[in-house]
Write a new protein. Structure first.
Length: 344
């Protein structure tokens, strides 16, 4: 089937066309430049930008893929989780297309889309796979038995997402927003063992209840305290060492828990997705530890890790092929859509 996917959960307007597991074209427009000066996403600004970008982005995807709207077999759209205003813009556009074309509509889960997009790059998952989705809004570990019908959330962050923690630490180090990529760059010049920052939820007492959950807010506070102490003592803050030690703490916890989950569930394929998978400390540590554990690590190129339409079209395509029933025309967008919900 030829599936048109629409993504609008945050600041990216993504539209893509996927046939089977083949991506025909992926068009993305972002309003990040407008948010950067506020130091965070402004939902109202994002909604307006989606509204303006929607039709041109759909036209561009169709044009570049050389596809006529009448050839589209199904429409997939992000139903959640995400910002309600932006989600509603995407859902409205998808609904209009579905009605206009008389083709089925599928409201799908954004976070599961971050895992599904991998199939466009590395091919179908070999049976069971583990997926770690890390971004500015999510840090979620999922067991994927079938990306269209059977996904189990094993754990997620109890507070800040990995990217969010990077952005907050970036702010306290005086780096531009979003701070994540700046910390990554600085960390490469620092000593990851210079400062021993805490590893959240790894203590023995946390294992029973939170074996696969994450917590980064304590780490962020520890970095803030350490930097304050430095300033109080009149010492210059060793920014590269702080960045490297902080990044190492995040990568350590993410990879240790994910690999433990792979072992516990006898899974030997790990998919990492979400915008934070750009992080080089995570990539390096995941590559080393997966090699050691005999796990096949799959991380798609960066443009498929950040929010895009291809991930939604990929999941839509899998869902259509699995014979899942289409969504109601009145798609219920859900800002906090649970991971067990693949389609609405
Ligand atoms: P989502 O709705 O999926 O949470 P998002 O817009 O919050 O979307 P993405 O765009 O997928 O997230 O990723 C952006 C996040 O990733 C930001 O927090 C950013 O700082 C972080 N990030 C991007 N590149 C890097 C990097 N190299 N190192 C660390 N963090 C990074
Ligand atoms: Fe995302
Ligand atoms: Mg983004």
């Amino acid at each position: 089937p030829l599936v048109l996917g629409i993504e609008t959960s945050c600041d990216e307007t993504g539209v893509a066309l996927v046939r089977g597991d083949t991506l025909l074209f992926d068009a993305v427009a972002s309003s990040m430049d407008e948010h950067a000066r506020y130091g965070g996403i402004i939902p109202e600004v994002a909604s307006r930008a989606h509204l303006e970008a929607m039709v041109p982005t759909i036209r561009r995807a169709l044009g570049e893929a050389d596809v006529d709207l009448s050839e589209v077999d199904a429409i997939a759209v992000t139903a959640g989780p995400g910002l309600v205003g932006p989600l509603t813009i995407g859902a409205s556009a998808a609904k209009a297309l579905s009605i206009g074309l008389g083709k089925p509509l599928y409201g799908v889960n954004h976070v599961i889309g971050h895992a599904a997009v991998n199939q466009l790059v590395d091919g179908p998952f070999p049976g069971r796979a583990m997926a770690l989705v890390v971004s500015g809004g999510h840090s979620t570990l999922m067991l994927v038995d079938d990306v269209a019908t059977d996904v189990t959330e094993l754990g997620s962050t109890l507070d800040d997402a990995a990217g969010e923690a990077f952005d907050k630490v970036g702010r306290l180090l005086g780096l531009p927003y979003p701070g994540g990529p700046h910390i990554d760059r600085l960390a490469r010049e620092g000593d990851p063992e210079a400062i021993r920052f805490p590893r959240g939820l790894t203590a023995a007492k946390d294992q029973a209840k939170h074996a696969y959950d994450f917590s980064f807010s304590g780490l962020k506070t520890a970095v803030a305290r350490w930097v304050e102490q430095c300033v109080d003592d009149g010492r210059e803050v060793p920014v590269a060492d702080v960045a490297a030690s902080f990044a190492a703490a995040v990568a350590d916890v993410l990879t240790a828990k994910t690999i433990a989950a792979c072992r516990a569930h006898d899974v030997d394929t790990l998919v990492i997705g979400g915008g934070f998978s750009a992080n080089s400390q995570l990539r390096d540590m995941a590559a080393a530890r997966c090699a050691e554990a005999g796990i096949d690590l799959r991380i798609p190129p960066l443009r498929y890790c950040t929010d895009n339409g291809a991930m939604i079209a990929a999941l839509g395509s899998a869902v259509v092929r699995a014979g899942v029933a289409p969504s109601d025309l009145d798609i219920p967008v859900d800002s906090s859509m649970p991971m067990a919900t693949i389609t609405v």
